[in-house]
Design a protein around this ligand. Sequence first.
Ligand code: ADP
Ligand code: ASP
Ligand code: MG
Length: 441
Amino acid sequence: MQVWKFGGTSVGKPERMRSIRNLITADSTRKIVVLSALSGSTNALLAIGESLKTSNDDDATTKIDALRAHYDTFVSELYATEAGKAAGLQIIESEFSFIRSLAGIKPFTVKQEKELVAEGELLSTQLFQAYLVEEGVASTLLPALDFMRIDADNEPEIQVTEQILAEMLPAHDDKQIIVTQGFICRNPRGEVDNLKRGGSDYTASLIGGAVRADEIQIWTDIDGMHNNDPRIVKNTFPVRELTFDEAAELAYFGAKILHPSTITPARMFGVPVRLKNTMEPAAPGTLIADRTSSEVFKAVAAKDGITALYIHSTRMLNAYGFLRRIFEIFEKYKTPVDMLATSEVSVSVTIDNTERIQEISEELSAFCTLEEPDYDQTIICVVGNFSADNEGVALKVFKAMENIPIRMISYGGTESNLSLLVHSKYKVDALNALNDGLFAR
Ligand code: ADP
Ligand code: ASP
Ligand code: MG
């Protein structure tokens, strides 16, 4: 069994949906096919939600009508037969009547917003399954809301998924293709929830781990993980092989091609992940597995929206208790720390979630002096094979960065990551400088 995930652009046009039907049936491997919403739909649904939250009902109606028109055209172009078109139309009738009923609920809360945004994946998968039926492909649609769960901390409950799928799948042994929704899940209250933006990648990896798939394939609009952000840097190129650790660091530190947590379940169960290009299926893409290749520098990624805090000890504590006290406070407010630098009496940390910064700062102030936080920072993460006997790694990175002010450095946390914190205004220069310095071909 393999798990194949197709992103928004891969399902965003009728001709793309037709081509993925050909891709998934080109060989006889059984596949769980995870789909995102059609490109633009999640943003459109969130925009409708924004109008409803601010009681701008006319705006919401205009936006719902526009989205409905988009799906009408999609259905009229996707199916070849009258029966296919009728099935497609029935799907959009039913989902849009639900969307309109949600829009009538006052007040429009987070619960309704999550139900609304889930419609993107509910629509794309039902339309695709109806297309597979029209094409005579042996397939079924398994609703992700029946087996994807998150706990009270928003963490996926992979054992629950494993257990439910083990019960559900045998009934579909005669189906080569099992279609399901990416992104959406249920929370402990039984409500519709999601795995955050870009979460369909994470769904694919969670399912791949839960069913111990032979391989997880993430199909998107580019030929694999590039060595640098192709939206910002020219002359990037695909990296053929990455270890789980390298790929996890790149995803966590901003490589948008993968949701930040995608690699965790795949690594836990040792399932290889292949990144492939729907527009260019013959391109080799990137293989993420348990083995490494010989290059020292593999890739660079950047994560924006970082805040750095300087925390000085007031020396009221023993040095050995200082870090524990600090991190207990971040733990209490469920705020992960990404980077860390220490001196004799001070610590500098970065966070990307500033929701609880007020409470954190107040509690830290009881035994530390805090400076004004540095907002608008970017973590630049250089990934590669940096084992301790590999000489000159830091030198090459610093040489490339010689004209860019660096706020913090982290090296040695793993053998695969060297991170630098810079003000976000230097991000583009830093990514380009590293490209020239580390990857010039
Ligand atoms: P999908 O809709 O298929 O999930 P995404 O837009 O989420 O696709 O991710 C693919 C995009 O990620 C690419 O088009 C590319 O612009 C962007 N991207 C950012 N960093 C990288 C990188 N290092 N390698 C490849 N793509 C990247
Ligand atoms: N449709 C969701 C989003 O746009 C999930 C995904 O595409 O992975 O964020
Ligand atoms: Mg994505």
